[in-house]
Ligand binder design. Sequence first.
Ligand code: MD3
Ligand code: FE
Length: 205
Amino acid sequence: MSEPHVPALNVRGVAVYPGLLDRAAQEALAEAVRGIVQAAPLFRPVTARGREMSVRMTSAGSVGWVSDRRGYRYEPRHPSGVDWPPIPPEVLAVWRRVSGDAADPDCCLVNFYDEGAKMGMHQDRDEADVSHPVVSISLGDEALFRIGNRERGGKTESLWLRSGDVLVMGGDARLLHHGIDRVKPGTSTLLREGGRLNLTLRVAL
Ligand code: MD3
Ligand code: FE
């Protein structure tokens, strides 16, 4: 498979492709996300402890990530009972371009951050086989991303993620703790109403 024709930065084993997606590609992805959200509306997940998350979410694919009082898990349907819509072809194309993985993803988690939304430090370990990488696509306003260690705590590194940036977490980077500290409003014109979208592609099952 041919590698992307832009250089990758390596941050603790995470491959960062700044500006991999041009404006036209970002607009096509934003439009594809509108289609996902029309079929499967954004909802605000609740943690097992009953706290509402500040990020709103939905998914595409054969399974979606949900969290409620019963805990977090992959589910075959949206909380409303409708099927998740299929992963749009333009999203799959990004996975095939950068993941280096033979499998296709079965889940595209859509995270929407409005002003003040953030995501605490955590690991992605709800997937059955963590030897598959995770691919992340940033759209809209800039976000301060923090990457840590396999164990909780310790030193961390931060970087700003901008619209069109793509990250690949594979190998030893797959189980690093990570989070989003904040989003800077008004830093992108991609989304008319502002905010940030993150698409996270995974092989979940
Ligand atoms: C580094 N989302 O949904 S994506 C998540 O921007 C999540 O919405 C963030 O973390 C967001 O779980 C960050 C970038 C990301 C995703 C998975 C990783 C970075 C990662 C797994 C391991 C290390
Ligand atoms: Fe994560």
